[in-house]
Design a protein around this ligand. Structure first.
Ligand code: ADP
Length: 511
C-alpha cells in the first residue's frame, strides 16, 4: 500500500466516513465554485401527513390487533414522520380473510373489462396526486425529489396503465389457453422504490383477477397508505387490496399464511433465501427479486463523456439504492485513466443534500442501519487495500444520513467490496484488456440482475450481452425502465420475472 493510501486511511473519521484523498484536492477549486446553485426546495406545506396510520383492511383503515405502533423517521432530518401499525399474525389473517372474500365474491367474478376500468382509474389518480406522492416519497425514503417526481411516480402510473390494458386481453396474451387467477397474493416490498414496487406487484395481480395483501418496508410505509386512499377514492371493492404495515415478522406471517396462493417478494438475497425455505414443500407460487452487483462495462470505443454520465446515473443517483445499480465499473485499460479523471471531475459537481431540493443529485441514505452498513463497507474497502476517492465538494448537512459519492480503485475480484452488495453510492473500478476478460469479471459474483455495456459497435453489444449472466443488460444507457419490459435475475438475484407479458405468468394458472 502506498504512503498516500496509508495517510488516507489514517484520516478516517470516527463515524466511519473517511475523508477525501488529498491527491485530488485541486479538483475542489476547479469545480465546486462553478456549481453553486441557490436552494430550490419543493414545498411540503400542502402535503397531509397524519401522526398515526392504521392498516388498510377490507376497504377501511383498521386498528392493529395488539394496538402497537412503530415510528418512521425522515432520514434527511432524523425527525419522526409518522407512526405506523405493527402488523401481527392476527392482522395478517384478517387481511387474508378479507382478500379471500373479495376474491371469491367480487373480483374473480367481475368481467375483465370492468377490472381494467378500476385499474385505469387508479393509474389516473396516481397521476392526479403525483406531486403529493413524489414529495412524500422523498420525505419518507430520502430520495431526491427529481427522482421521485420524474421516475418513481410516473413509472408507477405507467405500470398501472400498462397492466390495465392487459386485463381484458388475456386470451391474446396466452393464445389457445385459458388464464385463471391464482387467488390471494401476498406481496412484500423494499424501501428503495416504495410506490413503484407496489405498482409492479399490485397492477399485474389485479389485472389477472387476483386480490392482494401487501406489506411495505417498515421505513417507507407512507405512499402505500396514500395508495390505500386512492383505492378508496377509486371505489375499488373492499378487500381487493389490503395493506398491512410492519417489519420482518409481519412479512413472515404473510409468507407462512396457509390461505395465500402466491408470494411476490423484492428485497435482500438473505431474506429471499429465508422465504424460499419457508415456501419449500408448499404449493404457493413465488417470485423473488433479490440483490445485485451490476457490472458496467466501458469499452475503449465508447463515448467517454456519455459513459461518465451513465456511470453517475448507474450508481450515484438515488444513493445507489437500486438493486440493479451499476456498482462495479469495468473499464478497458486504454481509456481507464482518462475516464477515471473525468469521473472524478463529474463527482465534484454532484450535489449531496436535502432530498426535497430540486438541485439535489444524491439525497439521504434511507435509514441509520443502511447508513452504518455503507460506512462499514467503506472501512472494509480501505482495509482490503483499495484506494478510496470521495468528492471534495458539497458539505454534508449536519443532520440526517448522508454519504458522499465514493469510488474505489486498486480492487481485486475477490474483495468483499467487489463481491457483496453495498446498496450505497459506492463504486468499485477494475480494468480489463480483452472482451473475454470483461465477461469473466462481470460474471464473477454470486449475483446476476443487471449490467451495462458502453461501446460504439452494435455487434459488440450483441456479442457481449449474450454472454452476461444477467437478467437485464443496458447498452449505452443504464437504469432505464419500461412497463413492457420484463425484469428479474439470474443466480442469487432471484427467481421469476416482473413487468411486460412475462410479468403476467406468475399471477395466472394456465388451463
Ligand atoms: P432490504 O435490504 O431491501 O431492506 P430486506 O430483505 O431486509 O431488504 O427487506 C425487504 C422486505 O422484506 C421488507 O418489507 C422487510 O420488512 C421484509 N422482511 C424482512 N424480513 C423478512 C422475513 N423474514 N420474512 C418476510 N419478509 C421479511
Amino acid at each position: 500500500m502506498s504512503e498516500k493510501t496509508k495517510e488516507n486511511e489514517a484520516e478516517a473519521t470516527a463515524n466511519g466516513s473517511p475523508k477525501p484523498t488529498s491527491p485530488n484536492a485541486d479538483l475542489k477549486h476547479d469545480f465546486a465554485s462553478f456549481w453553486n446553485y441557490s436552494p430550490a426546495p419543493e414545498s411540503s406545506d400542502f402535503v397531509e401527513i397524519r401522526k398515526q396510520y392504521q392498516h388498510y383492511i377490507d376497504g377501511s383503515f383498521s386498528v392493529p390487533a395488539k394496538k402497537r405502533y412503530f415510528k418512521s423517521i425522515n432520514p434527511a432530518t432524523e425527525e419522526v414522520l409518522a407512526e405506523f401499525a405493527e402488523g401481527t399474525s392476527e392482522d395478517v389473517d384478517k387481511a387474508v380473510k378479507a382478500a379471500r372474500k373479495a376474491y371469491d365474491k367480487v373480483w374473480s367474478k367481475l368481467p375483465a373489462r370492468e377490472r381494467g376500468k378500476y385499474i385505469y382509474r387508479i393509474a389516473r389518480m396516481i397521476q392526479e396526486r403525483a406531486r403529493e406522492l413524489a414529495i412524500i416519497e422523498s420525505m419518507d425514503g430520502g430520495k431526491p425529489i427529481r427522482e421521485s417526481r420524474d421516475v418513481d411516480v410516473p413509472l408507477a402510473a405507467a405500470y398501472f396503465f400498462y397492466y390495465a390494458g392487459w386485463a381484458d386481453k388475456l386470451d391474446y396474451a396466452f393464445p389457445g389457453r385459458k388464464a385463471e387467477p391464482v387467488g390471494v397474493c401476498g406481496q412484500i416490498i423494499p424501501w428503495n422504490f416504495p410506490l413503484l414496487m407496489l405498482a409492479w406487484k399490485i397492477a399485474p395481480a389485479l389485472a389477472t383477477g387476483n386480490t392482494v395483501v401487501l406489506k411495505p418496508a417498515e421505513t417507507t410505509s407512507l405512499t402505500a397508505l396514500k395508495f390505500a386512499e386512492i383505492c378508496m377514492d377509486a371505489g375499488l371493492p373492499a378487500g381487493v387490496v389490503n395493506i398491512v404495515t410492519g417489519a420482518g415478522q409481519t412479512g413472515a406471517a404473510i409468507v407462512d399464511h396457509p390461505d395465500i396462493n402466491k408470494i411476490a417478494f423484492t428485497g435482500s438475497t438473505e431474506v429471499g433465501k429465508i422465504i424460499q425455505k419457508s415456501l419449500a414443500g408448499t404449493d404457493k407460487k413465488f417470485t423473488l427479486e433479490l440483490g445485485g452487483k451490476g457490472p458496467n462495462i466501458i469499452f475503449e470505443d465508447a463515448s467517454v463523456d456519455q459513459a461518465v454520465e451513465g456511470i453517475v446515473n448507474a450508481i450515484f443517483f438515488n444513493q445507489g439504492h437500486v438493486c440493479c445499480a451499476g456498482s462495479r465499473l469495468l473499464v478497458q485499460e486504454g481509456i481507464a485513466d482518462k475516464l477515471i479523471k473525468k469521473l472524478k471531475q463529474r463527482m465534484e459537481t454532484l450535489i449531496v443534500g436535502d432530498p426535497l431540493d430540486k438541485n439535489t443529485d444524491i439525497g439521504a441514505i434511507n435509514s441509520k442501519m443502511q447508513f452504518n452498513k455503507i460506512n462499514e463497507y467503506i472501512e472494509i474497502g480501505i482495509k482490503e487495500g483499495a484506494t478510496i476517492h470521495q468528492s471534495n465538494s458539497s458539505n454534508l448537512p449536519d443532520k440526517g444520513y448522508f454519504c458522499k459519492p465514493t469510488i474505489f480503485t486498486g480492487v481485486a475480484q475477490s474483495n468483499r467490496i467487489v463481491q457483496e452488495e453495498i446498496f450505497g453510492p459506492v463504486l468499485t473500478i477494475q480494468t480489463f484488456r480483452t472482451p473475454e476478460e470483461a465477461v469473466e469479471k462481470a460474471n464473477n459474483t454470486p449475483y446476476g440482475l443487471a449490467g451495462g455495456i458502453w461501446t460504439d459497435k452494435g455487434s459488440k453489444i450483441f456479442k457481449i450481452s449474450q454472454k452476461l449472466r444477467s437478467g437485464v443488460v443496458w447498452a449505452n444507457t443504464f437504469n432505464k425502465f419500461d412497463p413492457t419490459s420484463p425484469f428479474g435475475g439470474y443466480k442469487e438475484s432471484g427467481v421469476g420475472r416482473e413487468g411486460g407479458l412475462h410479468g403476467l405468468y406468475p399471477y395466472v394458472n394456465l388451463k
